[in-house]
Design a protein around this ligand. Structure first.
Ligand code: CTP
Length: 423
């Protein structure tokens, strides 16, 4: 495989490219070394588009950040962390903002398994060695003299070519168990294989039970980020299968049980949403009791909106599951306050029930869009006073309109009159 990605870099968006060139030049002037690292390097080599710029500086990121801000009027410092030796800068080009992460080359030590690491400035080799997998431990020089040259200290190029996910050292999963989820994610996403020794260590770590119910013990948002990536993958069935096969589910909760039915659930393409991970997580949590579900979601540090999407979707499913004669009206009543994502959870769970599925599709495509033309004000003019009865009357007319969507405003008024006479 190539030892330079200069020509590949020349094909990316021209503004991003010229920023990389400028950063290399300023680094040289400041007697620093600058390298592009992480996902962007991996994806460029694989031919995927990725403009997430992560740069490491040997050895002082803050010095480079300051130099860039003082040299370029369109560059601002948006964040700076002394403890982690990182900085974020933002360039504005023709109104477009390009954000760049800078970090000093550093090494990490973990005081105990899964702890947040202690960070010390080091050299490039140690910085690459602290990373998760060999394919993510490639660096590309940005200095003018060797711009685009790949630094491959751990045979990452070889592993990219042989489609292998391989850790750099035996304690990798123990230091950072979120890497277990990352290994599975990259394997599923890229169609790679987890290398034998890495696989052995992955199962040893999971089976050691020290990471059982991990989200109760570490900052759950780190796990949530990785679960979100995993369950948002287009090959969702494969992702869910590996979620159970690899034992990742035990990190979320040892009460979770694999369920073959789950593997057959898939959203229609037309319903694809950025939040599809939430729908699948909801389904994974479905068989737990409400208290356990909520505890897990809290431990994952999910937002109230995210929690609501899942709980409402599962609640609607349970109501419809036990109701005997579901029809357009009862379905309408169950789904009407729900977000589109909650409805999709319910829909996924009824994947094998054609009758309910058709009713949910009818709701999504037609019934949910039906609106009354008659208003509360019209009913007040007809002699009704504001209050519960007014709301009930509007609901009854809406139900009639769901049965007969061709109703016009005069038909609605006629029905209102009949209802009021009968009261
Ligand atoms: N990294 C790591 N261990 C982790 C998370 C990240 O070593 N638990 C390192 C890897 O070198 C990774 C880089 O930090 O490439 C950037 O991390 P991130 O942005 O999370 O992932 P990417 O590899 O960029 O991949 P993607 O954008 O697909 O998430």
């Amino acid at each position: 495989m190539t030892r330079s990605i200069k020509t590949k870099l020349e094909t990316i968006d021209k503004d991003h490219f010229s920023l990389l060139v400028d950063i290399g030049k300023i680094a040289k002037e400041e007697n620093l070394k600058a390298y592009l690292v992480g996902g962007m390097v991996r994806d460029l080599l694989l031919g995927f588009n990725n403009l997430d710029i992560d740069i490491v500086i040997e050895s002082n990121a803050h010095k480079l950040a300051n130099a860039l801000v003082s040299r370029f009027s369109n560059c601002e410092l948006s964040a700076k962390h002394d403890r982690f030796h990182t900085a974020k800068i933002i360039f504005t080009i023709d109104g477009k903002k390009i954000s760049i992460d800078l970090a000093s080359t550093r090494e990490e030590t973990y005081e105990h398994p899964a702890a947040l690491p202690t960070v010390n400035v080091s050299d490039l080799q140690k910085d690459l060695y602290r990373r998760d997998f060999t394919i993510n431990a490639l660096a590309v020089s940005l200095l003018p003299d060797d711009f685009g040259k790949i630094v491959d200290l751990f045979s990452g190029l070889n592993d990219l070519e042989n489609k292998k996910i391989k850790i750099l050292h035996d304690l990798s999963f123990i230091d950072d168990p979120t890497r277990i989820i990352r290994a599975v994610r990259f394997a599923v996403k890229l169609g790679f294989e987890i290398e034998e020794h890495t696989k052995k260590l992955l199962f040893e770590a999971i089976n050691s039970e020290q990471f059982d119910n991990l989200i109760e013990k570490i900052r759950g948002d780190r796990v949530k980020i990785e679960i979100r990536y995993l369950l948002n993958l287009p090959s969702i069935q494969e992702a869910i299968k590996e979620f159970y096969n690899s034992g990742i589910h035990r990190m979320v909760s040892t009460s979770l049980r694999s369920n073959d039915k789950l593997l057959n659930l898939k959203l229609d393409k037309k319903h694809k949403s950025e939040n599809s991970w939430l729908l699948y997580l909801g389904i994974i949590l479905k068989d737990l009791n409400n208290t356990d579900q909520e505890q897990i979601m809290k431990n994952l540090q999910m937002t109230n909106d995210e929690i609501k999407i899942i709980t409402n979707g599962l609640k609607a499913y349970k109501i419809l599951e036990i109701s005997e004669n579901t029809n357009s009206i009862t379905l309408f009543k169950t789904l009407k306050e729900l977000s589109s994502e909650s409805i999709l959870i319910t829909k996924l769970l009824f994947s094998t029930n054609n009758k309910i599925l058709a009713l949910i599709d009818e709701y999504i495509e037609k019934t949910s869009k039906i609106k009354l033309e008659i208003t509360g004000q019209d009913l007040i003019l007809m002699g009704l006073t504001e209050g519960r009865k007014l709301g009930e009357t509007l609901n009854l007319i809406l139900e009639m309109k769901i049965k007969n969507p061709n109703m016009k405003k005069e038909d609605e008024i006629a029905q209102a009159k009949i209802l009021l006479m009968n009261h």
